[in-house]
Design a protein around this ligand. Structure first.
Ligand code: PLP
Length: 385
C-alpha cells in the first residue's frame, strides 16, 4: 500500500513508500540553475559547442538528476564507461566523450556499441585501436600535454601520433585537445596555448581547450575558444576562479542545495563549550543550534568555527568541530530559531538567499568541486525546477 507522507520536509517523490522518516537532511538539484549556467557558458564562448562534464557522477549531483538540466549541451563528457552507459540509458543519442579514453583494449567494444568518442593520450591506445575490429570508424580526441604533465602526448610526439591515427581504418575524425593548468589564475594560459598552436599547426580537425576557467576568462578569443569548450564546475554554479571571482560575478546559480533542520537548541553560559575537543568556548551567553548534518553527509570536517551557514535564510556561522552527524551554529542573529528550523549548508535558502558553496569550501581549505563530489549517498536528494 502506498501511504501519503505526512512529512512536509520531503517532497512527494520520497513519500510514496512505507519507509521510515529519514533524518531531516536533504539535498536539492536545481534543474533551472543548470540550464541557466549552460546559457552563461554559451554566452562566454559564442559559437562553440559545449560538452557538459558529468564525470564523478555529475560532480556529485547525480547523472540522472542533472540530465534534464544539462541536456541542452551538445555532448556529455565523462571518464567512466559505466557513466557513459547511464547517459545512453537516459536516451541521449548525441556525442559522448571519454575524457581519459579507454583503459584497456576491450573497452573499445563498448565504444563501438555505444558510439562513444574517446581521448587518445598515449601510444598503447593507438595500438589497441589498430587491433580493434569494427565496421564503424571511431571519433577520437588526440590529447596534447601542453605543460600540465598529466595526460597527453609530448609536443615532439604529437604529430607522429596524429599520423598513426590518421592512417587507421578504425579512426574517423581526429580532434585536437589539451588541458590548462592555470586558466583560473594570473599565470594564465599563454604558454600552453602557444604550445598547442605549434603542435597542431596546419593539422585538420576540431579543437578543444577550455575548461570552466578558460571558458569564462579566455574564450572571448576565438582561437582559444576552439570548436568545443569543456566547462564542468561552472555548469554546477561554482566559480572556477574562486575567491578571485565569485559565482555571482560570473552570473552562475547554485545547482545544489544542502539543507538540514535543527535537532536541538542549547543555551550556553560564559565558559560553556561546544562539541568534541571543546574547541569553541562561549565568551558571552548565547544560543547554539545543533544541525542534522555532519561529515558523514559530506560536510567538510575541517570547516572551522566561523564557516558561513544560513538559518531561515539569515547568515550566521558554525561553532566548534563538525562531528559525524551533527554540527553547531551560532543563533545570535536568529532569536526565532528553534528545533525544526532550517539551516542551509550551501545553495539556496527559503526566501532566495544564496550561500555559495565556494565560501564554505574556502573556509574549510578546499574547493567547491570537492564538496559537491563528496555529497554522501545517505543524503536524500530530489530534483526541483
Ligand atoms: C574535469 C575536466 C574538465 C572540466 O573542468 P572544470 O574545471 O570543472 O571546468 C575539462 N576537461 C577535462 C579533460 C577534464 O578532465
Amino acid at each position: 500500500m502506498v501511504r501519503r507522507c505526512q512529512n512536509p520536509w520531503h517532497p512527494p517523490l520520497w513519500c510514496l513508500s512505507d519507509s521510515p522518516m529519514p533524518r531531516p537532511i536533504h539535498a536539492t538539484i536545481h534543474t533551472g540553475a543548470l540550464r541557466h549556467n549552460l546559457q552563461r557558458l554559451r554566452a562566454a564562448a559564442p559559437g562553440a559547442r559545449l560538452w557538459a562534464i558529468v564525470k564523478a557522477n555529475a560532480y556529485g549531483h547525480g547523472i540522472e538528476r542533472a540530465f534534464d538540466g544539462l541536456r541542452g549541451a551538445d555532448g556529455f563528457a565523462l571518464l567512466d564507461l559505466a557513466e557513459a552507459e547511464r547517459v545512453r540509458t537516459l536516451g541521449w543519442r548525441g556525442p559522448i566523450l571519454l575524457l581519459e579514453g579507454v583503459f584497456e583494449p576491450r573497452d573499445l567494444e563498448l565504444c563501438s556499441r555505444l558510439n562513444l568518442w574517446h581521448t587518445i593520450h598515449r601510444e598503447a591506445q593507438i595500438d589497441w585501436l589498430a587491433a580493434h575490429k569494427t565496421q564503424q570508424p571511431q571519433r577520437v580526441f588526440l590529447k596534447l600535454n601542453s605543460g600540465m604533465n598529466r595526460l597527453g602526448f609530448a609536443p615532439e610526439r604529437y604529430r607522429s601520433a596524429y599520423a598513426r591515427l590518421a592512417a587507421l581504418p578504425q579512426v574517423d575524425e581526429i580532434a585536437h585537445m589539451t588541458h590548462f593548468s592555470d586558466a583560473d589564475s594570473g599565470k594564465g594560459i599563454a604558454a600552453q596555448w602557444a604550445a598547442f598552436q605549434r603542435a597542431t599547426d596546419g593539422l585538420p580537425g576540431e579543437r578543444s581547450l577550455c575548461n570552466s576557467a578558460a571558458t569564462l576568462r579566455h574564450a572571448q578569443d576565438e582561437a582559444v575558444r576552439g570548436d568545443w569548450v569543456r566547462p564542468g564546475i561552472a555548469a554546477y554554479g561554482s566559480a572556477p576562479d574562486s575567491p578571485e571571482h565569485d559565482a555571482a560575478h560570473w552570473g552562475l546559480r547554485p545547482a545544489m542545495t544542502l539543507a538540514a533542520r535543527l535537532l536541538a537548541v542549547n543555551q550556553l553560559s560564559v565558559g560553556d563549550s561546544v562539541g568534541y575537543g571543546s574547541t569553541f568556548v562561549a565568551e558571552a551567553p548565547m544560543r547554539v543550534g545543533v544541525v542534522a548534518c555532519g561529515y558523514a553527509d559530506g560536510y567538510p570536517r575541517h570547516a572551522p568555527t566561523g564557516t558561513p551557514v544560513l538559518v531561515h535564510g539569515v547568515r550566521t556561522r558554525t561553532v566548534g568541530r563538525v562531528s559525524m552527524d551533527m554540527l553547531a551554529v551560532d543563533l545570535a542573529p536568529l532569536p526565532q530559531a528553534q528545533p525544526g528550523s532550517l539551516a542551509t549548508l550551501w545553495g539556496v535558502a527559503e526566501g532566495g538567499a544564496v550561500l555559495p558553496i565556494d565560501e564554505v569550501a574556502q573556509a574549510a581549505g578546499t574547493i567547491g568541486y570537492e564538496l559537491m563530489c563528496a555529497l554522501a549517498p545517505r543524503v536524500p536528494v530530489s530534483v526541483a525546477e
